[in-house]
Design a protein around this ligand. Structure first.
Ligand code: ADP
Ligand code: MG
Length: 344
């Protein structure tokens, strides 16, 4: 959702990214065992560049080809609504008309409300009004640079999710003048959630939507076991460090190795601490597993900002949310996930 400039690195990242282990092989044997009505059972897989990453969709079940098409069309449509880098988007309009009420579609309203809620839950570590700070660093453009303290202080003064107003009756949103709304930390998860909802509603046998490693699945593998998803090693993103079982769930990862630039040997990445204006320090990657990929997306960004202790506390406070937190010196796997990994 953010920026055009880092596409090459992103594409490389995707090429090396999370591999989904196991999968398609069992479809044919499965076919042999199901009743006639399901004889047209099919698997369709397809890829497209969307949200500045490669998105892979796999659907198993009747009408899988047309469902895959529908899902891509929907994701494309939603990106055009939520991206602040697309001029005609609703988010661009909210930003252009900062200070005024702007009528938006119900889904934008829902996403902004969820963003505010995530701000509340994370006590401001996740903040959808971080846009002006991101712009200073040049994330979203080709021109990265390290801003001055003064510039950062000015931009930080515009960051406060509690000042985003939502009028549910009118379907309108208002942000303060000078504030820049950025849904890049949650929109991708929200979009794969919408895509997955279409597939769930169509009662597919199983599906997987994989947006550059942020994944949401329906059901289980053809052999009846959970999907298996690899988590990259932040030290060496070409290799897989953990394999997670995914059972009708979602997984989202935030890392400092995905989008960044280097000045004088210092790496500056795109997850910003809203309290300092600087890229959050301390962690290398945060992987969140849960039911709702939009929530996972926001929480992964927030835990990255909160760091080892407070990030862990946040995960432990949220029922149904599991995590792997990797720092420079160690890793923490939430007990529920550790258990699931052992028994997969
Ligand atoms: P990715 O987009 O690579 O999957 P994340 O989900 O961690 O990674 O999202 C990072 C994006 O979130 C940034 O590009 C930016 O748009 C936005 N962002 C950065 N810092 C914050 C923050 N503290 N709160 C909310 N959004 C943020
Ligand atoms: Mg995120």
């Amino acid at each position: 959702m953010n920026g055009k400039g880092l596409k090459n690195r992103r594409a490389l990242f995707v090429a090396l990214a999370l591999v989904v282990l196991g999968g398609a092989a069992a479809v044919s044997c499965y076919l042999g065992m199901v009743p006639q009505a399901k004889a047209q059972e099919s698997t369709t897989t397809s890829s497209m560049i969307l949200m500045d990453t490669v998105v892979d969709v796999r659907v198993d079940g009747p009408r899988s080809a047309s469902l895959v098409e529908r899902v891509f069309a929907r994701m494309e449509e939603l990106e055009r609504v939520f991206s602040r880098f697309i001029e005609e988007s609703e988010v661009s309009e909210i930003n252009r008309r900062a200070g005024e009420w702007v009528e938006v579609s119900p889904l934008t309203l829902e996403l902004v409300e969820l963003g505010i809620e995530m701000g509340r839950i994370t006590e401001g570590a996740f903040d959808i009004t971080i846009g002006a700070v991101l712009d200073l660093w040049g994330f979203g453009s080709d021109f990265h640079r390290v801003p001055t303290e003064e510039e950062l202080a000015d931009a930080l003064a515009t960051v406060d999710y509690t000042r985003v107003e939502v009028d549910g009756e009118r379907g309108a949103v208002r942000i303060p003048q000078g504030t820049v709304l950025d849904l890049g930390g949650i929109a991708k998860g929200f979009i794969i959630h919408q895509a997955t909802a279409i597939l769930r509603e169509a009662q597919v046998d199983r599906s997987m939507v994989n947006a550059g490693g942020d994944i949401s699945v329906v059901g289980r593998r053809p052999d009846g076991r959970p999907w298996r998803v690899g988590v990259q090693d932040p030290e060496d993103p070409r290799s897989i460090r953990y394999v997670l079982p995914l059972d009708d769930q979602s997984v989202v990862t935030s890392g400092d190795y995905q989008r960044y630039f280097v000045v004088d040997g210092v790496r500056y990445h795109h997850i910003i601490d809203p309290f300092t204006g600087y890229p959050a320090r301390g962690l290398r990657s945060v992987t969140i597993v849960g039911d709702n990929p939009a929530v996972c997306d926001a929480i992964s960004t927030a835990v990255f900002v909160l760091g080892w202790e407070r990030g862990r506390a946040l995960v432990e406070s949220l029922p149904g949310v599991e995590a792997i937190i990797i720092s420079e010196t160690g890793a923490w796997i939430s007990p529920g996930l550790a258990q699931a990994m052992l028994t997969q």
